[in-house]
Design a protein around this ligand. Structure first.
Ligand code: F6R
Length: 369
């Protein structure tokens, strides 16, 4: 049932191009428009939405953090992202014009479920992004957009995460399409780019051998740091989470702009630091800033592991290890940038003799607080 792979996690990492394609199937077309009939919240209600609040836990929360960049950019509607476990015990401000998006692979996470109940009590509309048909969270929501990752068995979420991202982009683009923004042309172009994104994920998977080798060489380390900015920041958080849960290593993700506000003090000789580099096209200011961050940490002894777009030559002099990812639109980069970090964590866990599919102390579905 592992289809020739040693672990479910490896199988599920390999299934990502298909999971992404399946989640897009029937929802986008070549002309650049979207059809999301299953989102049963009427267009006039979506046009009235004045705030989006995303609630989720763990890896799904990271998908939500990335969604914020997409939603605010394409729709100009303010978007908050909150850990479901915090949200439910606050007194959040919501009303009928709030759209709450609950993201959950299992559809059974207790904190996310309680957060959505809390939101509905206040009159907010709830849209679930979920991978499990008929589970509790979609049943209790106003509408659901299913991810089509297929069953995810390994405790660490991989293919479900990529499909949550796809669903988040679809929601952001759809909201933009329904509401009409100045980004209509860009929205159409991105929808067309999405059509080939599963090939890009496939391309990343084909070049993972050096990442595995690198991971094995770091098996004795105690700490790995991850840096990113813009949508690369949640990718850094996700890379760190995967490493914690699988390799049981101290791993932390930081926004690269925060380095000087504290984290740079952690840099010491030969400390591995993974840096997710934004595209040199588009928001090139961010690219240049992160290149100087890489220089700074390397000057202080860090071993730099740089994840950068094909053709980005500026990073080459400062990268002790260079992981190439295909060129994508800026906001879609997490779909390709996360994959090497999953492979990295999986291989490190294996090298450290850990149980990859069943990390200690963790359960696949967290139905208690
Ligand atoms: C990490 C992981 C967890 C889940 C989290 C939410 O790899 O799998 O952090 O993402 O427990 O689970 P769902 O998405 O089922 O609500």
């Amino acid at each position: 049932e592992k289809g020739g792979y040693d672990y479910f996690m490896l199988k599920e990492i390999a299934e990502q191009p298909k999971a992404v394609a399946d989640t897009l199937l029937g929802r986008i077309d070549g002309s650049g428009s979207l059809t999301l009939d299953e989102v049963r919240i009427p267009a006039n209600v979506l046009r009235e939405v004045d705030k989006v609040v995303i609630v989720a836990c763990g890896t799904a929360f990271h998908a939500g953090l990335i969604a914020k960049y997409a939603i605010e950019h394409w729709t100009r509607v303010p978007c908050e992202v909150e850990l479901a476990s915090e949200f439910r015990y606050r007194d959040p401000i919501m009303d009928q014009q709030t759209l709450v998006v609950a993201i959950s692979q299992s559809g059974e996470t207790m904190d996310t479920l309680m957060a959505l109940r809390h939101a509905r009590e206040q009159g907010a509309k709830v849209l679930a992004i979920c991978n499990t048909n008929g589970s509790t969270i979609p049943r209790e929501s106003d509408a659901v957009l299913y991810t089509h990752a297929g069953p995810e068995v390994a405790v660490a979420s991989t293919k479900a995460f990529l499909t949550q991202l796809v669903a988040c982009y679809l929601v952001a683009l759809y909201l933009g399409q329904v509401r009409g923004t100045k980004y209509a042309d860009e929205i159409r172009a991105v929808v067309r780019d999405l059509a080939s994104i599963s090939d890009a994920v496939d391309q990343v998977l084909e070049t993972m051998e050096p990442v595995r080798r690198l991971a094995r060489s770091l098996a004795e380390k105690n700490t790995v740091l991850f840096l990113g900015r813009h949508v690369g920041y949640p990718v850094a958080l996700e890379g760190a989470l995967k490493l914690k849960e699988l390799a049981y290593m101290h791993a932390e993700g930081f926004a690269a702009g925060e380095l000087k506000h504290g984290p740079i003090a952690l840099i010491e000789d030969d400390l591995p630091v993974v840096v997710v580099v934004p595209s040199p096209r588009g928001r090139s200011v961010l690219h240049d800033k992160i290149v100087s961050n890489i220089q700074e940490i390397r000057a202080r002894g860090a071993r730099t592991i740089v994840v950068a777009e094909e053709g980005d030559e500026a990073v080459v002099p400062y990268a002790d290890h260079l992981i190439r990812i295909p060129v994508t639109p800026t906001l879609l980069q997490p779909l390709v940038a996360t994959v090497p970090l999953q492979v990295f964590a999986c291989e490190l866990a294996t090298a450290r003799g850990n149980e990859v599919d069943q990390p200690r102390n963790l359960a696949k579905s967290v139905t208690v607080e």
